[in-house]
Design a protein around this ligand. Structure first.
Ligand code: PMP
Length: 452
């Protein structure tokens, strides 16, 4: 391997996602060669703690012997065969497992390759379901400001992050938009009470008033499962999801929950929906489903939704969606082993301990001059950097303050990727107590360096 050539070709031929390539081409970038538990190793042999779980998807660490074995065993049988009108063993077994571990309302599994597609499918199914039932006017979706459900045109349509989505507005379908729960609660109640039950009450009154006016045209209410992750880890106030569920039931609206980021242990339970005690009509999962190994996602639905698509062939009522690699057996095999490791290694018990440690230590960050807010949801957190704490004045976007802090973290042997100026803490669930403490110490010091 010629390292100089790799660096040159990376800059010459590879267009990276969500990356300003002009800046990337001027920088010294991480080129990963290997993984080792909670660490990645670059082509020079430098080792970094993986502070963002790859992209919020790694669960039990990299290069895990059992996950590797699951892949090798399946490759030794067959790597791929279509699931359009045919089936394969791992896809069937995984569907059964997913139904067993998700909320009891969900009984059917439709596979896809990534979170965005799982959300596209959720939207298409919801729209189609109401048509199947003869309610053609129920064709719009209630969505939230600051939502993120992926990058494809449908998932961008139900998204609400201006910097990512505004450019494509003319290509998108119309949706109803309600405020981001956290930001609205902050406005109404202030930081101290933003996540309280009282905040929920005020927000829900507004939601209910809106739904009362528009429910006849609403197919589904689309929202992330308790936290708006990509917007900078913005948690929902207490019982917000539960109240949305109640409203959806009352007004005949499908509740469509995006668990792509929160699923598979991140919330401290297998799914945030289980933690919150809700039974969605449709739920999208992705990221951690394969332990962060292979591209796989799924959209789960109720029997009632599934049954509405059943007909004689000639009625052409079936769901017209499916990709070349839908239900890939290698990805499904590693997903099955991923779920088994949760039980074998008592992963959720350990995650709960890490969540407590994170909660305890996050309080320290408030004393830093350039920290304007600190937010947590399960084993994920966001530390927001601001220029002036008193008035929460942000740093100039072009200064790339978040990236500066990330670079200091890299020097300390930790790889992170901020969301703008929000430092994200999102390690693999397998992070040890010692590693998490080191991560937080390093982040604290790296942010403090901004004061110099
Ligand atoms: N939904 C949520 C809540 C997400 O956080 C993401 C990705 N960050 C997606 C959907 C899109 O998933 P993917 O990148 O796999 O398409």
């Amino acid at each position: 391997m010629n390292r100089e050539e790799l660096i040159k070709w990376d800059k010459e031929y590879f267009w990276h996602p969500f990356t300003q390539m002009k800046v990337y081409r001027e920088e010294d970038n991480l080129i990963v060669e290997k993984g080792d538990g909670n660490y990645v190793v670059d082509i020079f042999g430098n080792k970094y703690l993986d502070g963002i779980a790859s992209l919020w998807c790694n669960v039990h660490g990299h290069n895990h012997p059992k996950l590797n074995q699951a892949i090798c065993e399946q490759v030794g049988k067959i790597s791929h065969f279509t699931t359009l009108g045919a089936s394969n063993v791992p896809a069937i077994l995984l569907a059964k497992k997913l139904v067993d571990i998700t909320p009891s309302s969900l009984n059917k599994v439709f596979y896809s390759e990534d979170g965005s597609e799982a959300m596209e499918i959720a939207i298409k199914i919801a729209y189609h379901y109401w048509h199947n039932r003869g309610f053609k006017e129920k064709s719009r979706f209630i969505t939230l400001s600051e939502a993120y459900h992926g990058d494809t045109i449908g998932s961008v349509s139900v998204g609400g992050i201006n910097i990512f989505h505004q450019k494509y507005r003319p290509l998108l379908f119309d949706v109803y938009k309600l405020p981001s729960p956290y930001l609205r609660a902050l406005e109404l109640m202030g930081k101290e009470r933003a996540l309280s039950r009282d905040a929920t009450k005020r927000l829900i009154d507004e939601v209910e008033e809106f739904v009362f006016q528009h429910h006849k045209t609403v197919a589904g209410f689309v929202l992330e499962a308790g936290v708006q992750g990509a917007a900078g880890i913005l948690p929902f106030p207490e019982d917000y999801l539960k109240e949305v569920e109640r409203i959806c039931r009352e007004y005949n609206i499908l509740m469509i929950v995006d668990e792509v980021a929160t699923g598979f242990g991140r919330a401290g339970e297998m799914f945030a929906s289980i933690k919150e005690g809700i039974n969605p009509d449709i739920m999208a999962v992705g990221k951690g489903i394969t332990g962060g190994y292979l591209p796989l996602a799924a959209t789960l639905t109720t029997d009632e939704i599934f049954n509405s698509f059943l007909s004689e062939f000639g009625e052409a009522k079936h769901f017209y969606h499916g990709h070349t690699y839908t239900g890939n057996p290698v990805a499904c095999s590693v997903a099955i082993t991923n779920i088994e490791i949760f039980e074998e290694d008592r992963v959720l018990e350990k995650v709960k301990e890490r969540i407590k440690l994170l909660e305890k230590r996050l309080g320290e960050f408030w004393e830093l001059k350039h920290v304007g807010d600190v937010r947590q949801f399960g084993l994920m957190a966001g530390v927001e950097l601001v220029k002036d704490k008193k008035i929460k004045e942000p740093f100039d976007y072009g200064l790339r303050t978040g990236f500066k802090v990330a670079n200091s973290m890299r020097k300390r042997g930790i790889w992170v990727r901020p969301l703008g100026d929000v430092m994200v803490i999102m390690p693999p669930l397998s992070i040890t107590e010692e590693e998490l403490n080191y991560f937080l110490d390093s982040l604290f010091e790296s942010i403090r360096e901004l004061e110099i």
